[in-house]
Design a protein around this ligand. Structure first.
Ligand code: NAD
Length: 493
């Protein structure tokens, strides 16, 4: 087990950790606190403020004041970029501290958490540079008018995040909004607020003016709901489940506030019979064990050509049963626990329901015991197979599981993929690139990957359609423009 860095211990010992509002660290207006646990041991690691509508109101007011008065919105683009680059540098310098905090709060192997933190710094730099290079004034050539289109920041942007990639998603979400000149109010998930709170300390250390970045913590039904319906928000971004996404969308709809929804998925991997079966089985096993399967876009429906089905399944089972399950801070761990006991019960409950509905158990999962960490929320990888109508094939489970189906023809495979009500990400695996490209374009989703799954790079748009989201995605130049309001300025000649 890696020892905790003194900075991490000091941060956890500063519990109950306050919220960051208008550059001040403040307790919840109610005085209440909530607890967050180490999923690897089930023990409470810190308490934090149980914010509610009053705290949200204070944070939105602080962000409004900062938008109007701090000069952030009107700073030359280069100067805003300097702040964001300094913040990225500080995130890099504290990578190990942030990685340990993230690992302990989410239950993700510390090495994977390190990758998440690197990605946060990369997001800040990508959008800072995009901001410097993007034109905000475009002349409009229309006879009889001197006209131009300008782009200006909206004002206060609200962000609500889930627990699976807490700080990575903060990086993806707020970097374009800040680079564009907006101010932000962030509500992290109640299961994993710690890395976002530590990040706020770095915002403070870098000297980003007060009120530009605000963090409120609390339950979804109270703090999250209050943020999504706050009349002071000019733009909203929600990442999480479709069920809550609907509620946030409704609240924003009532205020006529544009909202970006990044929701769940039920990604398919279509595997043709010309692949390297061993390598593909390994890659798919890796896709469902990465972050303990708590990945919105991962490959949870495996459609395998009948000729290689048995071999692929056999190899995948061997790969999955040899994954080292353990505490997230143990360097030997390949797959940590799921985030909470509630999540473990959700995963196990789905597997039971799937079997009762007639799915064949290809690899039995269940709770896993990790020596020395009996109270942790561990689950074994599982594979089910059978009818596409099974609940485990239709609904997002969010654990280390996949649902298997055989296919004979390309058309049949595409039809099975597109039965899903989700539309986040799918992959196709084949050496025949004509076929792979054809299938990639025919699968209905925001993202189609070829011969790989879970591919991300700054500059490549990522988003969903159908139940997986709306309102534009993340990580691309379009994302940056989403945080700038277009306005035309016109004079008759
Ligand atoms: P969730 O929807 O339960 O919670 C997400 C956030 O919403 C949390 O901060 C929560 O406190 C808040 N919330 C809960 N009720 C609320 C309400 N009534 N009003 C406002 N906010 C409320 O999701 P989760 O369980 O934290 O995360 C898992 C889900 O997130 C999965 O469906 C996953 O696929 C999805 N996800 C999607 C993406 C993407 O980019 N598309 C990325 C990561 C996760």
């Amino acid at each position: 087990m890696s020892a905790l860095l003194p900075e991490v211990s000091a941060f956890l010992n500063s519990s109950p950790i306050k919220q960051f509002i208008g550059g001040e660290w403040v307790a919840a207006a109610s005085g209440g606190t909530l607890e967050t646990r180490d999923p690897g041991d089930g023990k409470v690691i810190a308490k934090f403020a149980a914010g509610d509508a009053r705290d949200v109101d204070a944070a939105v007011n602080a962000a409004q004041q900062a938008f109007r008065k701090s000069g952030w919105a009107t700073l030359p683009n280069n100067d805003r970029a300097v702040y964001l680059h300094r913040l990225a540098d500080l995130v890099d310098q504290r990578r190990e501290v942030l990685a340990q905090i993230e690992s302990l709060d989410v239950g993700k192997p510390v090495g994977q958490a390190r990758g998440d933190i690197q990605n946060v710094a990369a997001s800040l730099r990508y959008f800072a540079d995009l901001n410097v290079n993007m034109r905000r004034h475009e002349p409009i050539a229309v006879k009889g008018f001197d006209a131009r289109s300008i782009r200006v920041p909206y004002g206060v942007c609200g962000f609500i995040f889930p627990w699976n990639f807490p700080l990575l998603l903060v990086g993806w979400g707020i970097s374009p909004a800040l680079a564009a000149g907006n101010t932000v109010v962030i509500k992290p998930a109640e299961d994993t607020p710690l890395s976002t709170l530590y990040f706020a300390k770095l915002v403070e250390e870098v000297g980003i003016p007060r009120g530009i970045v605000n963090v409120i913590t609390g339950l979804g039904e109270t703090a999250g709901a209050a943020l999504s319906r706050h009349a002071g928000i000019k733009r909203m971004s929600f990442t999480g489940s479709p069920e809550v996404g609907r509620l946030v969308g409704e609240a924003c709809g009532k205020n006529l506030v544009p909202v970006k929804l990044e929701l769940g998925g039920k990604g398919a991997a279509v595997v043709f019979d010309d692949v390297d079966v061993a390598a593909t089985a390994q890659a798919l096993a890796g896709a469902i064990t990465f972050n303990s399967g708590q990945v919105c876009c991962t490959a949870t429906r495996w459609l395998v050509h009948e000729k290689i089905y048995d071999e692929l399944v056999d190899r995948a089972c061997k790969a999955l049963t040899s994954v080292a399950i353990g505490h997230e801070m143990d360097a030997a761990t390949q797959m940590g626990p799921v985030v909470s006991e509630k999540q473990r019960q959700r995963v196990l409950g789905y597997l039971d329901r799937g079997e009762k509905e007639g799915a064949k158990v290809v690899l039995r999962g269940g709770a896993a015991n990790v020596s020395g960490h009996q109270a942790g929320y561990y689950v074994k990888p599982a594979l089910l197979g059978g009818s596409p109508d099974n609940v485990c094939c239709r609904e997002e489970i969010f654990g280390p599981t996949a649902y298997l189906m055989k296919f004979k023809s390309e058309d049949e495979a595409v039809e099975l993929v597109n039965r899903s009500t989700y539309g986040l990400a799918n992959s196709v695996w084949s050496q025949n690139l004509d076929r792979a490209n054809r299938v990639a374009e025919a699968m209905v989703a925001g993202n189609s990957w070829i011969n790989a799954h879970n591919l991300f790079a700054h500059g490549i748009p990522y988003g969903g359609c159908n139940l997986s989201g709306l309102g534009g995605g993340v990580n691309s130049p379009e994302t940056f423009l989403d945080y700038l309001r277009p306005q035309s300025v016109v004079r008759p000649l």
